[in-house]
Design a protein around this ligand. Structure first.
Ligand code: GLV
Length: 326
């Protein structure tokens, strides 16, 4: 008999086909995530869950799932899952690292460019019929070439952004809890402390996971240290930036602009004051959203799921200690 699994949304076909070939799978067909009661109900019967970052997978849900062996998240981030609770119950968790690095780094750079050169605002200007002539002072922005980029987090995606920045002749500073001397040499990076990075950077791009230590890592104090011309880019997780402090910093001119792929909360409510600001570019959490990358993510999530169902170590485990790994 095939193992029962629940897939919390329609994922790209290749991954779905792999899941359907091996499992007795039910797939939530809605455009929005399954409501909590549905997830709690489905959890009762399944050995595997293929989840997305929009599903909260906590101890309560695991308590409702006595047969659950594996949670495979189709995302590199897994802050939506209580991994400690999963480990305590011997449930293996998988994620999709590596394959989305370049696509996400491309997108972080797209936000740097869109924000610095005011592209969304300029598009609105044209569509609103306000383009009457070439203007010597029309929609002036900030140069990217030759500017200083501060990367908070020098993991896979942070280093991908650094690689792109070298092509633009940027000076690159970084801060991370782990120093990367190998990359310092290869990419000409300068390691600095967090405060120095905030003070010296023209662009600050965030590439850290959301944990209790990084929650509101950027708030009033940090904005105070930034240059009035600084541009903040967030493609990591919304709650790393305090949204109220961000609004005040943008509104008062404490910083120049920001580009957000992620917000707190998600989706951003339509009455959020950030949506009233021209110097705030917001897109709906799409940094990894290329056809090729989402296809690979779905296939990797399927591989993790199937391995976990077989009682094998998934190719990309988050808590390998469940199977005696490190
Ligand atoms: C997207 O945000 C991911 O974590 O993959």
């Amino acid at each position: 008999m095939k193992p029962k699994v629940y897939v919390t949304r329609l994922i790209p076909e290749k991954g779905l086909e792999m899941v359907l070939a091996f499992c007795d799978a039910e797939v939530w067909q809605g455009k929005l995530p399954p409501p909590r009661e549905v997830l709690l109900g489905k959890a009762q019967e399944v050995e595997g869950l293929l989840s997305l970052l929009t599903d909260r997978i906590d101890g309560q849900l695991m308590d409702a799932a006595p047969r659950l062996k594996v949670i495979s998240n189709m995302a590199v981030g897994y802050d939506n899952i209580d991994v400690e609770e999963a480990t305590r119950r011997g449930i293996i968790v998988g994620n999709t690292p590596g394959i989305l690095t370049d696509t996400t780094a491309d997108f972080a750079f797209a936000l740097v460019m869109a924000t610095a050169r005011r592209i969304p605002e300029a598009c609105r200007y044209v569509r609103d019929g306000r383009w009457k002539t070439w203007g010597p002072k029309l929609l002036l922005g900030w140069d990217i070439h030759g500017a200083t980029l501060g990367l908070v987090g020098m993991g896979r995606i942070g280093s991908g952004v650094a690689r792109r920045a070298t092509g633009f002749g940027m000076r690159i500073l970084y801060y991370d809890v782990v120093r990367r001397e190998d990359l310092e040499e290869e990419l000409g990076l300068e390691f600095v402390d967090f405060e120095t990075l905030l003070e010296r950077s023209d662009f600050i791009s965030l590439h850290v996971p959301l944990t209790s230590e990084t929650h509101h890592l950027i708030g009033t104090e940090q904005f105070r240290l930034m240059k009035p011309t600084a541009i903040l880019i967030n493609t990591s997780r919304g709650p790393i930036v305090d949204p109220q402090a961000l609004y005040e910093a943008l509104k008062s001119g404490q910083i120049a602009a920001c580009g957000l792929d992620v917000t707190e909360p998600e989706p951003i409510p339509m009455d959020d004051p950030l949506l009233t600001l021209d110097n705030c570019v917001i897109v709906p959490h799409i940094a990894s959203a290329s056809i090729a990358t989402r296809t690979k993510m779905a296939a990797m999530a399927a591989e993790n799921l199937i391995a976990g169902l077989k009682g094998e170590m998934p190719p990309h485990p988050v808590n390998p200690e469940v199977f005696g790994g490190i």
